[in-house]
Design a protein around this ligand. Structure first.
Ligand SMILES: [Zn+2]
Length: 478
């Protein structure tokens, strides 16, 4: 009876150009099995899996070892040893099984290696060791090539990031760019990333490729703050700098100016510092924590009215001085009219202010020359070391001070642009109608109120008074 053998085929990315398809490997192996009068009973096919990468599990390879060990097949035919085992570890596991089952068959199309004999094993070990080394060299070469391309500002491959055109990732996609810029404006105006994420999710925006169902918070953050926006080339997540210490500029069209990008990054960083992640910051009511009790002056919050029952009209809410929060518990007011009154007052005040001030001229950061000088010093030091005018240890003595100076200036510049852009983003509130105001995310509404007011005093109304009396709501202007 013919011996049963398994055929192992694998195609890897290294085969590009060689056109060694799995189908051809299989045909050649079947012919070889025929020649030896073996019966090919099963084909184990790993597709696009590198036998060289350590962390990759080749499912079919593992299955084949199990079948061989279990005696379901009596041998293996592979196209060549490279495809079967590029890691010495894999070869040793195979040899172990041949030790346990000495009568197992083995053949490859391209080399005459027999794992059943000591000579054959030595041969196989040498071949795998060399293949392993050349793979290491290849991967080192590829890594070096990637870095080299990055240093030249070449774009990395893959699908276009959100904000750039799908057919040409070097060009900005105007629609996506508008979405990103709008969200950046919102960030500067105090809107949380989580709020933007939710809206993008609902509207199907921000998806780098079709079929992505959920967008994660950190993805949105990345899309709004990525160095790519300002044209900086990154490598393994870090902004890549050239020999002169300056960021390397990519070959693609940037979406932000430096001022815009630094302002957004600084705003996001500041928010993270003030509100460490993990706490729920979402507020439900416009004046929670802004309103204070007119009697005891404690901060008061909005609460859903308890008399409301599911199925009845929309829930109403009240601002209520609460004993739980250390208040007197004696003051409460239905919320909606208070919100409406305060919004009207605040918008009116901001309209007047905007009209009086006019649009401020865009200002340049005043210390750009200083920063340039420090950058030039750093480049010079690096250059001097390269041309052996100074030693490495001298370089390392001088460099840290300059780097610190540079980083401090850069931080100051980011803060300057952040303040400027924040002011611009906030000014826009002057043109809002009441409806537009209430359509904004709640944190943006609160931000606008806080621009004008430091608190809202709610004074007690007499017993049994059902009519809303604006005179008992006392805005405290800044
Ligand atoms: Zn109170």
């Amino acid at each position: 009876m013919a011996r049963k053998v398994g055929i192992y085929t694998r195609i890897s990315r290294d085969d590009e150009g060689e056109a060694m398809g799995v189908a051809r490997q299989q045909q050649d192996c079947e012919r070889l099995a025929d020649l030896r009068s073996w019966q090919a009973v099963k084909v184990y096919e790993d597709n696009d899996v590198s036998a060289f990468k350590r962390n990759v599990v080749r499912d079919e390879f593992e299955l084949m070892l199990n079948d061989l060990r279990a005696g379901l097949i009596h041998g293996i035919v592979a196209y060549d040893l490279d495809r079967l085992a590029r890691q010495p570890r894999d070869l040793e596991r195979l040899i172990e099984i041949f030790d346990e089952r000495p009568r197992s068959e083995f053949a490859t199309v391209t080399n005459d290696v027999n794992l059943g004999t000591p000579d054959g094993r030595t041969m196989a070990r040498i071949m795998v060791a060399f293949a392993n080394k050349s793979s290491h060299d290849a991967s080192r070469r590829i890594r070096r090539k990637h870095l080299e391309l990055a240093q030249q500002g070449k774009d990395s491959g893959g699908p276009a990031p959100y904000g750039w055109r799908k057919d040409d990732r070097l060009k900005v996609d105007p629609d996506a760019a508008r979405v990103i810029r709008e969200a950046q404006q919102e960030i500067l105006a105090g809107v949380r990333i989580g709020t933007i994420r939710n809206r993008w999710q609902e509207q199907g925006l921000g998806r780098p490729r079709a079929g992505t169902k959920r967008i994660a918070h950190h993805h949105v953050e990345h899309m709004l703050t990525s160095p790519r926006l300002v044209g900086y080339r990154t490598y393994h997540g870090e902004i890549l700098t050239g020999g002169d210490g300056e960021p390397i500029k990519g070959e693609w069209e940037p979406l932000n100016t430096l001022a815009e990008w630094e302002a957004v990054c600084a705003a996001v960083a500041e928010r993270k510092q003030q509100h460490p992640p993990g706490r729920n910051l979402a507020r439900k009511y416009l004046l929670s924590g802004i309103a204070r009790c007119g009697l005891c002056k404690t901060k008061i919050r909005g609460q859903v009215n308890q008399r409301w029952k599911p199925g009845s009209k929309a829930a109403t809410f009240s601002y209520q001085c609460s004993v739980v929060n250390g208040g007197c518990g004696k003051v409460a007011r239905v919320g909606d009219p208070v919100d409406k009154l305060i919004a009207e007052l605040v918008l009116e005040e901001q309209r007047e202010k905007a009209a009086a001030q006019g649009t401020p001229a865009e200002q340049q950061w005043s210390r750009e020359v200083e920063l340039d000088a420090v950058q030039a010093d750093i480049s010079q030091l690096l250059e001097a070391e390269k041309s052996k005018q100074i030693t490495v240890s001298t370089l390392l003595q001088l460099l840290p001070t300059k780097e610190k100076e540079r980083d401090e200036l850069k931080l100051e510049r980011a803060r300057f642009y952040k303040d400027q852009k924040q002011a611009e983003a906030r000014e826009a509130a002057g043109d809002l109608s009441l409806t537009e105001f209430f359509d904004l995310p709640i944190e943006r509404q609160r931000e606008i109120v806080l621009q004008s007011l430091s608190a809202v005093m709610i004074h007690p109304a007499g017993r049994g008074r059902r009519i809303f009396d604006p005179a008992l709501i006392d805005p405290i202007w800044r």
